[in-house]
Write a protein that binds this ligand. Structure first.
Ligand code: ADP
Length: 403
């Protein structure tokens, strides 16, 4: 009988690609197939039970999810106190594409990235799996231009009606409002919301709604799309962390995305429906006329790509230092902002609001020289009674603990 080489013998370790939530990811050569792979080394010892569960979940899900738009997990092996997950090597990710100023993203390119993202999601959702952590840096890009959903560390099979999910898992900027209000029984809509934020980010070339806390994130969402009325989202007031926000009317979506086509805006607005039950599904989104109208989606192999990771490109930081809005006032002061009637987001720059009581963003369009939205960084004031206030204080304490 021929002995199978152990993982450490089979995969010849190369350079480090990055540090993830649970450990280092490095490049390796599969000596059996001569294929370049990425090995994610998960430190089991340090995190004990939690990481065992996460890692096992990741393995199980990835093995079940086979699709051209989902990253392939090739192997898994333990070594010392670590678990090694072996993935197909991916040259880049969507975050690097969005940040690369040398790349022009045409309407057809954006359509292509969205189509691939939604195809991957539709597959996951068909198999009753939520991704739950969608953000541009875990949309990985292969050498043939295919986008693949990666990093399933937080995903979990859903479908059991009484399953309670932890809700503090989503990257805040991509987090759906039901998660921000503490919903524990959420569904595929959380991934659709995140995909919509990525859609917006592809158009704007910067993260769309960059909240600095959960409450701040909700404020930014409501400033951009209007505070939801009960008729729009009947269950909202029953959510565990619900706080009432001052009513703010929605500015026209077109004012935030001046270059987008009507079809793109229509799809975006359906993906951003407040009530998760009204939110479009991944499959319905793929059937939306946006994907059937001109311009046709760019073929993946024709998409421009940033330099490959193997060419030593540094990873862009999560909060782009030169691109994102700068918070000038302390967050607690920002929360005291009352929007004067009739003031819409574009007025932020005209100095109508009291200095020190608002969150200022960058001047639109100044960073990338690309079409960007008017600024939506104003905050809305939640209306609070004393119970809400203590609740909010707890939430803010939690937020700062997570920061
Ligand atoms: P996180 O847990 O923060 O989402 P990961 O552990 O998935 O991050 O990955 C850390 C870094 O390793 C990524 O940002 C990326 O640069 C790199 N990486 C992850 N997976 C791959 C892959 N399949 N191919 C190439 N590089 C990868």
């Amino acid at each position: 009988m021929v002995d199978r080489p152990s993982g450490t013998q089979r995969y010849l370790k190369g350079v480090t690609l990055g540090e993830g939530t649970y450990g280092v990811v490095y490049k390796a050569l599969d000596s059996q197939t001569n294929r370049t792979v990425a090995v994610k080394k998960i430190r089991l010892g340090k995190y004990k039970e939690g990481v065992h569960v996460t890692a096992l979940r990741e393995i199980k899900l990835l093995r079940e999810l086979k699709d051209p738009n989902i990253i392939e997990m090739i192997d898994v092996y333990p070594h010392k106190r670590n678990l090694h997950l072996v993935f197909e090597f991916m040259e880049s990710d969507l975050e690097a594409v969005i940040r690369d100023r040398n790349i022009v993203l045409s309407a057809a390119d954006i359509k292509s990235y969205m189509q691939m993202t939604l195809k991957g999601l539709a597959h996951c959702h068909k198999k009753w799996v939520l991704h739950r952590d969608l953000k541009p840096n875990n949309l990985l890009i292969a050498s043939d231009g295919q986008l693949k959903l990666g990093d399933f560390g937080l995903a979990r099979i859903f479908g059991s009606p009484d399953r309670q999910f932890t809700h503090q898992v989503f990257a805040r900027w991509y987090r759906a409002p039901e998660l921000l209000f503490g919903s524990k029984q959420y569904g595929a809509g959380v991934d659709i919301w995140a995909a919509a934020c990525i859609f917006a980010e592809l158009m704007l070339r910067r993260p769309f709604l960059q909240g600095s806390s959960d409450i701040d994130q909700l404020g930014k969402i409501f400033a951009a799309f209007g505070t939801p009325r009960e008729s729009q989202w009947p269950d909202m007031t029953c959510l565990p962390d619900y706080v009432e926000f001052q009513f703010c009317p929605a500015p026209p979506l077109r004012s935030l995305f001046p270059m987008a086509t009507d079809d793109a805006l229509d799809l975006l607005s359906r993906m951003l429906a407040f009530d998760p039950r009204s939110r479009i599904t991944a499959q319905q989104a793929l059937e939306h006329r946006y994907f059937h109208s001109e311009p046709a989606a760019t073929r993946p192999e024709l998409l421009s790509r940033p330099p490959s990771r193997s060419e030593g490109q540094p990873k862009p930081s999560e909060a782009p230092s030169s691109g994102g809005p700068i918070v000038l006032s302390p967050p607690n002061k920002s929360r005291r902002v009352m929007l004067p009637p009739g003031v819409v987001s574009g007025d932020v720059h005209s100095g109508q609001l009291e200095k020190g009581y608002m969150t200022m963003g960058e001047t639109p369009n100044e960073h990338f020289g690309l079409p960007m939205s008017t600024d939506t960084q104003m905050l809305l004031r939640p209306k609070l009674n004393s119970t809400d206030r203590s609740h909010l204080k707890r939430k803010l304490d939690m937020d700062s603990a997570f920061a």
